[in-house]
Design a protein around this ligand. Structure first.
Ligand SMILES: [Zn+2]
Length: 426
């Protein structure tokens, strides 16, 4: 369907949707106030070097632009008479497997866990009045397509390896023909295409043809990514990707590419060159945000999207890594044995961790001369925080636990990190 046709969509259908939306009332308390954005540096540190970030920018954006122009010719199906949106609108990931491609056991768990992390990430920029805002997500569906990959790559039985024509159009149309509700109101699909290389594109409806910066909210959308994203989250950086953009092919940056394409499906375009935004520096994920300024209010666009709902700010954490000795020598009366431990949690909840309110606390055993360490900067959902501090060995030999958990004030939450440490004679 052409852009012209998209704009001239059946008025009755769209009018009805608008009516339903207004009758149901706007369920979201949309603030017109600009959010207070994190200060420079407060977002944490990206793992992508400046040089690779420049490469990612130069490689990604011209191609994405071209892909999105071709995706604008996509068939947006006319919903059948009496069509009702699903009562719970969700983002649906699909793993698209051409007849000559193979699913790895890592693929499905990687897609599901990435989508869960991206859900949490979105709740960070969208947090308001002690509520986290994010989308619901379905488990990944696997579609075993009947034709070899080349059929979808260029729409013919055979094509040259570097000949890419409308991969996303062909994939979407194949899914629609197979009965998937791609681009029906109430569904957003993010499609992972095995064989799709560095492909990245996205489209939304109804207002994406007239995308300003940022665009209006969407009622349906589709995003397509290839092996570079899929490999990074499942088996490791894709070699072809590494040649083009180095460290931007790692897990976090590529999760950022997946989250960026999802941002387009919610109605966002690019972020007026603001490097703090996911819609610009996706390679800095999870240490990026959405912009909430009057002229560039990404937060408002996404928070008012009908796929986004509120949830209570419950907190959770995952252990990312820890570094503690297995054996230390005991302290002597005149010579305390001090040593460092470090461990990293991620914020796997729905709102940010704030300094002084959030801390890590010793669960077991209270023999180390320290029981508590505060979070010193805001930690937004999906971001990591590393604790590093000194313990003092006890004066009696034995086996003691050094087990730590996150707390909000005095309430424990999330995963436990640590181990039993053997305390020996010097
Ligand atoms: Zn983009």
């Amino acid at each position: 369907m052409s852009i012209k046709k998209l704009i001239l969509l059946p008025v009755s259908f769209f009018g009805l949707l608008l009516l339903v939306f207004f009758l149901s009332g706007n369920p979201f308390n949309i603030s017109t106030q600009a959010q207070s954005l994190p200060a420079q540096g407060e977002l944490g540190t990206s793992e992508v070097s400046e040089q690779d970030a420049q490469k990612a920018q130069d490689y990604f954006y011209p191609r994405e632009q071209k892909n999105m122009e071709s995706l604008s010719r996509i068939s947006v199906p006319t919903p059948p008479p009496g069509y009702k949106q699903p009562s719970i609108r969700k983002v649906h990931p699909i793993l698209f497997v051409a007849q000559d491609k193979t699913v790895l056991p890592e693929h499905q768990p990687a897609i599901n866990s990435t989508m869960q992390l991206i859900r949490r990430w979105y709740s960070g920029p969208l947090e308001q009045n002690n509520l986290g805002y994010t989308f619901e997500v379905a488990n990944v569906a696997v579609y075993n397509a009947p034709f070899p990959f080349s059929h979808y790559q260029c729409g013919r039985a055979w094509c040259a390896p570097d000949e890419w024509i409308d991969l996303d159009l062909n994939v979407v149309h194949a899914l629609q023909d197979a009965g998937y509700p791609v681009l029906l109101p109430g569904f957003i699909h993010e499609i992972f295409v095995i064989g799709g290389g560095g492909w990245a594109s996205a489209w939304c409806y109804p207002d994406c043809p007239v995308w300003p910066d940022p665009g209006p909210s969407s009622e349906t959308g589709v995003a397509v990514v290839g092996d570079w994203a899929l490999d990074a989250i499942s088996t490791g950086p894709n070699p072809d990707c590494v040649v083009q953009m180095g460290s931007a092919c790692n897990k976090y940056p590529q999760q950022g590419a997946i989250a960026h394409e999802l941002g387009h499906t919610f109605g966002l375009y690019h972020a007026n060159d603001d490097p703090r935004s996911l819609m610009r520096n996706w390679w800095d994920f999870p240490y990026v945000t959405l912009i909430g300024e009057p002229k560039n209010d990404e937060i408002r666009v996404v928070r008012s999207n009908q796929f986004i709902g509120s949830r209570v700010c419950t907190h959770d954490s995952q252990v990312i890594r820890s570094n503690m000795p297995s054996t230390v020598t005991k302290s002597l009366p005149d010579a305390p044995n001090k040593f460092f431990i470090s461990f990293t949690f991620n914020n796997y909840g729905w709102c940010r961790w704030t300094p002084t309110t959030f801390n890590t606390f010793l669960v077991k055993d209270n023999v180390w001369g320290k029981r508590r360490a505060n979070v010193l900067s805001n930690v937004y959902p999906a971001q990591e925080y590393r604790f590093r501090f000194q313990l003092t060995a006890p004066t009696t030999v034995g086996r003691y636990y050094s087990l730590w958990k996150m707390r909000k004030s005095t309430t424990f939450f999330g995963a436990q990190v640590g181990k039993q440490i053997r305390v020996t004679n010097p």
